[in-house]
Structure formats: C-alpha cells, structure tokens
Design a protein around this ligand. Structure first.
Ligand SMILES: [Zn+2]
Ligand SMILES: [Zn+2]
Length: 718
C-alpha cells in the first residue's frame, strides 16, 4: 500500500500518513488535500513510502492533488532544517513554502510597462483631486513616458486595468537600453569577487558606508549570474524599496523578468510570482523574508540586503531568521551568498572576523561629490523645554528652509507623548492589560497601548484625584510635528510613522512628494531610516535616541548604532554636504563617538569584545523559552518545572547552561503574565542536541493553562 507522508499546517510535531488511491500521481513535493479529523487541509508530501507504522484501517486516503505545482526538494530540505533548528512544528515550517492555493491566477494582461495615450491624457486631466491614488498614478505617468507595471501596488493595478479597458493606457513596449551600471574601483572589485565565485558556495560580507552603492554591486553580480542563465534571489527588509531597485536593474538589463514576493501582494499575484520563479521564467526574485522559500530551479546567487535588519527574524508562528535560512540554502545549493549592510550585524561581523565570510569593503560614497555628513552632538536636556527641539537643530532647520533644502527630524516613538501624568497625585496612564504606560495620541485623541492595542478616551481630569492639570511626558512624532509647525509656520511638514501610513499608498505618496520637493521637513520614526535616497535632504536631526541606552536588552546598543548610522546616512547624498545633529546627554558613549568618526568597524569590534566578555550571542548560542498565562502562579509553576528539567538534562548535556526563569521585561501583556528563561552554550551543536530533548519533556508537562514557545537565536532577551 503506497503511503504519502504529509506535512500539514498544524502545530503538531509530526507528519501524517495517508494512503495513495490508485491512479493518483503523488510524489515527494506534491501538494495534496487530505482530511484531518473533521477538517480538510492542504499540505505537502515530504516523502512516499511503501508502508506505514499506523494501522491500515486507521489511515485515510489522499483526497486529491492540488494543481501541478511541486515544492522543490531543496525547499523541502530548507523547511525541514527550519523545523529542526528552530524547534518548530514540521507542518508549520513546510507551510511557509506553499503558494497560495485557492487564488485565481492574476490577470496577465498587464505586464512590462505602460504609457498614457493622448486620449488618456485628455480624459484623466479632469480626475477629481480626491481620487488620490488615481491622480498619483496619472501624475507619475505624465512625468515618466513608460510606467513599470511590476512596481505598482495591487490597488494601482486595478486602476490601471480600468484605464486599459478605456484605452487610456497601452503597453509601452520595451524600454530603450540605458548605459550599463557604472562602478567605481571598490564597487568593481567587490562585484568581480562575487561574480568569480559563481558556481560554488561562498559567503561575502559587503560592508559599505551609507551611499557607497552596495546596490550597484549586487546588481552587477546579479547581472553576471543572470547572463549565465541563472536565477538570483534577493531579499530586502522593506518592500517599499523594491520599485527603485527594479528600475535600476531594468536600466542595466532591459527586459529583465522580475518576480516580486511579499505579503502585501494579493494571493493571485503571489501565486503568479511563485509560478514564475518555479518555471525559471523569473530571472530575479525580489522579496521580503518569505521569499527565501521561493522555488528556484536555476538559483545561482543569493543576496541579503540590509542583512542586519530585525525584520528578517520572524517573531511569531515559525521563529526563523531569513538571513540564516538564506545562508543555509546557498550552502545547500552550492551558490554564493552576499550579506550587505552599512552596519553589519555582529553575527555577520564575527563570521567575517573568523574567516567564514569574505569581507568586501566599500569605504567611500559612490558619488565622488558626496561626502559623509558632518555629525554634531548637542545636549538634549536643554532642548526638553522647547518640545524637544534644541537651538542648534532649530538653527539648522531654519538654514535648510532658507536654502530650499529638506530636513528630517527623527524620533523613534509614535504618538504625541509617551505617557500622561497627574501633576498633583502622580497618577500615570497605565494599560489595564499590560505592565506598560499608555501613549498619548492627539490625531485622533486617545490613550493607546502600543503593546496590546487597548484604547481609552483621553481624560480631561485625573481619574484618581480630579485635578485637571495632566501633563504629557516624553516626546512622540505627533508632538514633534506640532512643535515644528509652530516654529516654522510656513514650512511644509510631513509625518511618517505607523499611524500616518496605514493606507498602503500613504508612504509612497510622501516619498513622491519629497522627491518632487513638495515637502520641507520630514518627521518620523525608523520607517524613514531605511535606504531611501532623497537628494535634497541635507539635515538630519536625531532626538530621544538616549532612551535605547537604558534598555536591558543585550542587543540595544547594536540596534541603536545601526539605526543612527542609517538615519544619519540619509543626509547629503547628492552634491550638497549633509549635517547630522544628535541631541544626547551621553556624548561620550561609544555609540555616539563611533557616529562622530564614521567608524562602525571600531564600534563593532568593541561591541563584539563586550559580548565575548559577557558570554552573549553571537559568541555563544542561545535559546529563549518564553511562557505566559493568565495567572502568575501558573506561569511560575510551568517555568519552575521547565527549569528543573533543564537542570536534570545537564547531566547528559554538560556544555549547556540553563539560567533561572525571570519575569519578562514586559511582565504582563494583553492580560497575560509573562516569564522567560535562557539556555545557552558556547557550542551550537551542543545546544541543538539539548533543545529537542528539553522540548519533548516540556510537551509532556501538564501545564495546559500556559502558552510557551522556544525562540532559537532570539532577537533579544525580553
Ligand atoms: Zn491626580
Ligand atoms: Zn496593553
């Protein structure tokens, strides 16, 4: 009796056996529908066998095979690795590789580039201004003779399809070839090193200052791989950045076939992209972390851009790290992998130091006219009274406005203020469900918890003593926006944070306005830090970054350094020199002195030495057990038992250290009491042998009231 071993998207530690009815072609990698209890589920066949350990009478048949798509073997292997390395359910790990199944294929009518017809120009001139997306799309087509359909959002494609029906737009035909990428010496050397290694596994760290043209290096190397008939997988942390990237790549290689993969695509588009990758039609597969599971029969090169970015680590469901999965896959496929950043993660830095990765440096900005910005540190405390904006920053912005240049003011907190406090009785706005303060929002007015989403009306008087003198404490983007508007009433100001960019086009619309010079001052959070090139932006102000120095998380300084370098790197990228003003009360902290001297390498060495001294990752290997329950005694009892088991297992696993459980940094969230426990080892293999034994014993514990999870290589302890 032929048997199919199926990985189903359920949180079980096993696969499930089904018998294969005669006439059904079921092979490894096939996607099948089966019954599990009363449910019908789709899963992937990870093996076939002639016999099952399960009694024949208890087995159900495979219901049918879904489509003709097959998950390739190397992707199945990657999923199996992810399940075992990250201690995740095998079925959930395999679900990451499945294409959307129910979706109809998206319309294929729109491909390549489109242009407006004369009739379209006439008809669309009268669009009402409130049709914002349509107006934006029309304006872009008026500026540019041909618009690349692949760079559009789903909503924009819908609009375009409508216009197509009216013959307002027609396909533009292939774009004329533009000159190939021009590389400077450092770029050519790096690109050549990568191109020469095509055909075998090699790992590179491309360490390039902001504006050094890392993208051109990736593109040149990718071009070499594609010219030889290969496919390139490029991971990016932020899908907002892909249109620029695709444009540049197409300029170098007209007619390039690109497939985009990210979660904001409609299911039909994702399925199309999956098929284009699987058939080899797509030469470049560009996407966020889930693209690491794309089927790529001719994979020749893997690139992880901004490899330090925290978004590569999935924080729930299957807790994998896409950068590390990409490295594993490159090794399995025997192709080179490129890890690029202006602020490499300490994991990658250590890999380069140990010789596991080859280091390629781009020490200068690519545009010879563009210097790295000058950095000034000014005291923050003095600025607090002026809603956060100190004299130096105020003067800097005024200068920018006078010269017609743009400035960016960065504070990594959204909302108006971090909390609301009563001046009389010291009452403070607290979330009822979390051990956290409620953030003050003014647009729209509310008290909001940034951890659980809980929302309350903004009180007019203190709920405890009735005093009306309530003081907003701390600085958020909304408050900064208001202060800037008061200080510079004629300036055009735009705020960019999660609240202001809820609509999917909101961010693109701000970016277009900045590019069109319709904005003078940008205020925002780290959404602004990532890779955007704004040539007229010459001043960057950084506020409130000292907060990160108080964090108990061991990665806080590394993250702050990356954020500061990235934000500062937005200044002065074209011909105009840039300036960065950082308001800090700790000017001697290594993270700020490194920023002053543009010496990330020195800082990375210092931080790595600290991790070595403290025996922390990446020098050691860690896993974090986190647990939560409604009642503190339940979570404590579970953690106590988990700790006992860990200690007991140490008789067999002496190289693993098991620390005592502690309350999480956020001890209560959304009504759950939370605890955590760290296990670590100097040797990855020792930890990997310990974890499954530990997990199995914990699964057998009675603690039904407690939810728990193991996070291997956690982003932080907290
Ligand atoms: Zn009060
Ligand atoms: Zn809350």
């Amino acid at each position: 009796m032929p048997i199919a071993r199926v990985a189903l998207p359920v949180a079980a530690p096993t696969t499930f056996d089904y018998w294969i009815p005669e006439g059904l072609a079921v092979e490894r990698g096939a996607i099948v529908r089966v019954r599990l209890g009363t449910r019908r589920l789709a899963g992937v066949v990870i093996a076939t066998a002639s016999d099952s350990e399960v009694d024949r009478a208890k087995l159900s048949p495979v219901v049918d095979v879904v489509g003709d798509e097959r998950v390739p073997f190397d992707v199945l292997d990657l999923c199996a690795f992810v399940a075992s390395y990250y201690q995740e359910a095998i079925g959930l790990a395999h679900a990451l590789a499945l294409p959307p199944l129910r979706a109809q294929a998206a319309s294929r009518a729109l491909r390549g580039s489109c242009r407006l017809t004369d009739e379209g120009r006439r008809a669309l001139a009268a669009l009402p201004a409130r049709a914002r997306s349509a107006c934006g799309l029309r304006d872009r087509m008026l500026q540019d003779t041909a618009l690349d359909v692949d760079t559009l959002t789903t909503h924009e494609k819908t609009i375009l399809r409508e216009w197509r029906r009216h013959r307002y737009v027609v396909p533009a035909g292939e774009r004329a070839a533009r000159p190939a990428l021009e590389l400077n010496a450092a770029q050519s050397e790096a690109a050549a090193a990568i191109a020469q290694s095509l055909g075998a596994y090699a790992a590179f760290m491309v360490n390039g200052v902001t504006g050094s043209g890392k993208t051109e290096v990736y593109l040149a190397a990718a071009d070499a791989a594609i010219a030889a008939g290969g496919q390139v997988l490029m991971l990016v942390p932020e899908i907002n950045l892909t249109p620029q990237l695709v444009d540049r790549m197409r300029a170098a290689r007209p007619g390039l076939r690109v497939a985009l993969m990210h979660s904001a695509l409609a299911a039909g588009e994702r399925r199309d992209a999956w098929r284009a990758a699987a058939s080899g039609e797509a030469q470049l597969v560009l996407g966020t972390r889930l693209a690491v599971f794309a089927p790529l029969p001719s994979l020749a090169l893997v690139v992880v851009d901004e490899e330090h970015d925290a978004s590569y680590k999935q924080q729930d469901n299957v807790r994998y790290h896409a950068r590390d999965a990409a490295i594993w896959r490159a090794r399995r496929r025997d192709v080179p992998v490129v890890l690029g950043s202006a602020t490499p993660s300490l994991e990658t830095w250590l890999g380069a130091r140990d010789g596991r990765y080859r280091r390629l440096d781009l020490p200068h900005r690519a545009d010879a006219r563009a210097q790295l910005p000058g950095v000034r540190l000014t005291p923050h405390r003095a600025a607090a009274a002026q809603d956060g904006i100190g004299d130096a920053l105020r003067a800097g912005i005024a200068g920018c406005l006078a010269r017609g240049e743009q400035s960016l003011v960065f504070v990594n907190r959204r909302g108006f203020a971090t909390s609301l406090v009563c001046a009389a009785c010291k009452w403070e706005s607290q979330c009822t469900r979390c051990s956290a303060r409620l953030t003050v929002h003014r647009q729209p007015p509310a008290l909001r918890c940034h951890h659980c989403g809980h929302e309350e009306r903004l009180p007019r008087a203190c709920p405890s003593c009735g005093n009306v003198d309530l003081v907003p404490l701390g600085l958020g983007t909304q408050r900064l926006e208001r202060a800037l508007a008061a200080a510079f009433p004629r300036a055009r100001i735009a705020r960019v944070d999660r609240d202001s960019t809820r609509g999917r086009h909101a961010f693109a619309s701000v970016r277009d306005k900045v590019e069109a010079n319709a904005i003078d001052i940008l205020v925002g959070t780290q959404m602004l830090a990532k890779g955007h090139d704004f040539p007229r932006l010459t001043l960057v102000g950084i506020l409130g970054s000292d907060n990160a120095l108080y964090s108990a998380d061991f990665r806080a300084t590394e993250r702050l350094a990356a954020l500061l370098v990235q934000v500062a790197g937005r200044a002065g990228r074209a011909g105009s020199p840039g300036e960065v003003i950082v308001q800090t009360d700790f000017p001697d902290h290594p993270v700020y002195t490194a920023l002053l001297s543009h010496d990330y390498a020195q800082l990375a060495d210092t931080l790595l030495a600290e991790r070595e001294a403290a025996a922390l990752p990446p020098v050691t290997h860690a896993a974090l057990l986190s647990a939560e329950a409604h009642r503190r005694e339940d979570v404590d009892a579970f953690m106590h038992a988990a700790h006992e088991i860990g200690i007991e297992l140490r008789t067999l696993h002496a190289e693993v250290e098991v620390f005592s459980p502690v309350a999480a940094l956020l001890a209560r969230r959304a009504g759950y009491e939370r605890s955590q426990l760290v296990v670590q080892s100097a040797r990855r293999g020792a930890l990997q042998r310990f974890l499954p034994a530990w997990r199995e014993r914990m699964e057998a514990l009675p603690g039904r009231r407690t939810r728990w999870a193991i996070d291997v290589d956690p982003a932080g302890f907290g």
